[in-house]
Design a protein around this ligand. Structure first.
Ligand code: BGC
Length: 724
């Protein structure tokens, strides 16, 4: 079903006249509305039918739908989740053909904004073809808590990497005339108690970390909308956070789009409207329809000025116009084969080789025992509102949130079948891994054992620890004891512990690898693809290394937006402040299991001929550029990700300030030129207010794979300041 504005309608309403500017068109539209019509546009009720039922005619069945204004030619505004593809809530589309992109964390591991943009185009094209106006994508929360159940929807623990990739993904979605959101603004770092927790953090670290990620994502991607989190920030509900919404987002950053609440995340009428919330989402999950009749009353009584309501509607319509949703013609039929290829290439580039004694790539003549992880069925995906379930997926009911069943879903791309296809003629057995003795027997009879282990994570829940659970560690140990050439393939939502690390030959982190995950795994294991992924998140050696080793007890609090709000508590994020992830480890002198930025290759690289330049741009920005030569010292072509870390004077941690992916053939050299992001190594100065470089000596380190720096330099900088 397709819902688009028709040309016939365009002729009859001044606001649909494409010759006028989007500002004028939005103004004409708002001026033509009655109070009731304005009120109707600032809510988005949920539009998912109960399991087994079909949505009413004209409704696709998704996260939300706002009725149109037919007399003005505005059709229903329908919206869907999320970053990894088109969600299929309650299996409303039983024969769904949507492409499931790999997890956002895998995307983070590619360090490749171009792949992020292409993934966005896939999602945008499929969303437009189904008739959606808005994609609830663009997850840009920083990973502060490696046990968070939604880390697979976020990109990394680093503000620059997160901002650049989220921005590129948003740009890709919106290039298809579908409005994209970025979410969940801000410091929505864990699922435990997500609807009652208060994230406590001071302004300076907040600006330098979580807000910087959103700031970069918004600058790059220009999303039409920002979704607030479920959490409170410094005691104030995210949807009522005047400082974040009105002051920072709409003030400092001059954000022109609209702010929507999360589903069940609105708590008031006047407070929220005056703090900067423009739309209430998923109204049925909130205690009241705050932006319905109560908002109309508040406007009538003058408690919310009419101008503010007009601004809310203007922002929504203007954003839909700017992105081209209103004017879009009939979207093309999506090219699903190309989309599958994008999913596969992304997975191939984001798989991270963590350990290898030379067993990988697999010897084509080696007899293989493939064990565990449902490798005969498919590849695991993360649960919750971002769940994509293409036709052929295997669903196992696992949990429920707000009345929705959250199944554990395997995408139909079994690694076993993909390995068989990639290695024709190789003898291969499969053991499901439930009986460790039988798995060990199978491993002992093979030349190489490939054990697939999994960690399922979902929205609404955090994992209680970073263990694999279900005695999968015991399985790996049993297999490794039977076969020294054991390769472990980890399908996980985030970091996991690896007590067996020293006993296995190779480890490959494949995250949730999406619609063509099995093929991507086979490509890396067999060597068709040279691994180039780099960890976007630190893997701790133990949870004791974390800023908050013990998590709040989920049984004492509310994580479900539909539930009664009990068990309010706060989390202190000033402990690490802006030293999120790898910066915390450096500051505290801790050695993790694997550092941020780490990833091995089947070839090797060397760096030389470093140049560091500082130049002033016409915009007054001081631009620092690092140029270096990357030489492939191995025997096959590979992609290196050169990372530049800068440690400002007097700071205990260095920050990723720029990176570049460089493809180099064996024995070849290429120059990589990396422009650094100046805010990363500036401090935020509340008194200024704005960013300020300290005068002094900055330490630069060029790092290939998270190991010791390959090159170092120092840089003397004079003072530079910039507005917030
Ligand atoms: C999630 C959002 C999502 C919304 C709509 C909420 O539970 O937090 O990310 O977009 O549901 O499905």
């Amino acid at each position: 079903m397709l819902i688009v504005m028709t040309d016939a309608a365009a002729g009859t309403h001044a606001w649909l006249d494409r010759e006028r500017s989007s500002e004028e068109r939005a103004r004409l539209f708002v001026d033509a509305l009655t109070l009731d019509e304005k009120i109707a546009l600032v809510s988005a009720p949920m539009a998912v039918p109960p399991p087994g039922e079909q949505p009413p005619p004209g409704v696709i069945g998704s996260a939300a739908a706002t009725p149109g204004i037919p007399r003005l030619g505005l059709v229903m505004i329908q919206e869907t989740d999320a970053s990894l593809g088109i969600c299929n809530p309650n299996n409303v589309r039983p024969d769904d053909t949507s492409t499931a992109l790999p997890s956002s964390l895998l995307l983070g591991a590619t360090f490749d904004p171009e792949l992020a943009r292409r993934g966005g185009e896939v999602v945008g094209a499929e969303s437009a073809a189904m008739g959606f106006a808005i994609q609830l994508a663009g997850g840009a929360n920083l990973i502060r808590e490696p046990r968070c159940g939604r880390n697979f929807e976020y990109i990394s623990e680093d503000p620059l990497l997160t901002g650049l990739l989220a921005g590129a993904a948003i740009e890709g979605i919106q290039s298809q005339n579908v409005l994209s959101t970025t979410k969940h603004f801000a410091v929505n770092a864990q699922e435990t108690g997500r609807v009652v927790v208060s994230s406590e953090i001071s302004e300076v670290p907040l600006r330098e970390s979580d807000l910087l990620a959103f700031e970069i994502a918004i600058e790059r991607g220009r999303p039409g909308s920002v979704m607030t989190g479920y959490n409170r920030i410094n005691g104030v509900q995210a949807s009522e956070q005047e400082f974040l919404l009105d002051h920072v987002l709409k003030g400092d950053w001059a954000y022109p789009g609209f702010v929507m609440s999360d589903w069940g995340g609105a708590h008031s009428t006047e407070r929220a409207a005056m703090a900067g919330l423009d739309r209430q989402s998923g109204t049925q999950l909130d205690r009241e329809h705050y932006f319905g009749e109560p908002l109309a009353d508040a406007v009538r009584q003058g408690n919310v000025p009419t101008e503010r309501l007009d601004d809310m509607v203007y922002r929504i319509v203007h954003a839909l116009l700017v992105v081209g949703v209103v004017d879009r013609g009939k979207p093309a039929e999506p090219d699903l084969d190309t989309h599958q290829s994008v999913a596969q290439v992304t997975a191939e580039q984001g798989i991270v080789l963590l350990r290898n004694d030379g067993t990988l790539p697999l010897d084509r003549n080696a007899r293989l025992a493939v064990i565990g992880g449902h490798a005969d069925i498919g590849v695991l995906s993360g649960g919750g509102s971002s769940q994509v379930s293409p036709r052929g997926s295997t669903r196992i009911d696992a949990t429920s949130i707000a009345g929705f069943t959250i199944p554990k879903t395997y995408h139909p791309s079994p690694p076993l079948a993909a390995l068989k296809a990639a290695l024709p003629g190789t003898s291969m057995t499969f053991d499901d891994g439930t009986d460790h003795d039988s798995a060990a027997l199978a491993a002992g009879a093979a030349d190489v054992a490939v054990v697939v282990v999994e960690q399922w994570t979902s929205e609404g829940h955090d994992v209680s620890d970073l263990g694999l659970g279900a005695d999968q560690d015991g399985l790996v140990a049993a297999v490794a004891a039977a076969n020294a050439r054991t390769v472990v393939v980890v399908e996980s939502g985030g970091p996991v512990l690896m007590p067996w690390l020293e006993d296995v030959a190779a480890v490959v982190e494949v995250w949730y690898p999406g619609s063509r995950g099995g093929e991507a795994i086979a490509a890396v294991l067999t060597g068709r693809v040279c691994p180039s992924g780099r960890l976007p998140v630190t893997f701790p050696a133990t949870v004791e290394q974390l800023p908050r080793p013990r998590m709040h007890d989920p049984s004492t609090t509310t994580s479900n937006p539909g539930g009664e709000r009990v068990g309010h508590f706060s989390e202190d994020y000033d402990i690490e402040g802006s030293d999120v992830g790898y910066r915390w480890y450096e500051r505290e002198g801790l050695t993790p299991l694997f550092p941020f930025g780490f990833g091995l290759s089947y070839t090797s690289f060397a760096y030389s001929d470093l140049d560091v330049d500082v130049a002033a741009t016409s915009a007054g920005v001081r631009e620092v550029t690092v140029t270096l030569t990357v030489t492939n010292t191995g025997e096959r072509e590979g992609i290196d990700t050169a990372q530049v870390y800068v440690r400002p004077p007097g700071q205990r941690s260095a920050r990723l300030a720029g990176f570049a992916r460089v493809k180099v053939g064996p024995g070849e050299s290429r120059r990589a030129c990396i422009t650094l992001e100046p805010r990363v190594f500036a401090g935020y100065d509340v008194a200024l207010p704005g960013w300020r470089w300290q005068v002094g000596t900055y330490q630069l380190a060029m790092v290939a794979d998270g190991h010791a720096p390959a090159l170092r330099a120092t840089l003397e900088l004079s003072e530079w300041t910039s507005a917030p």
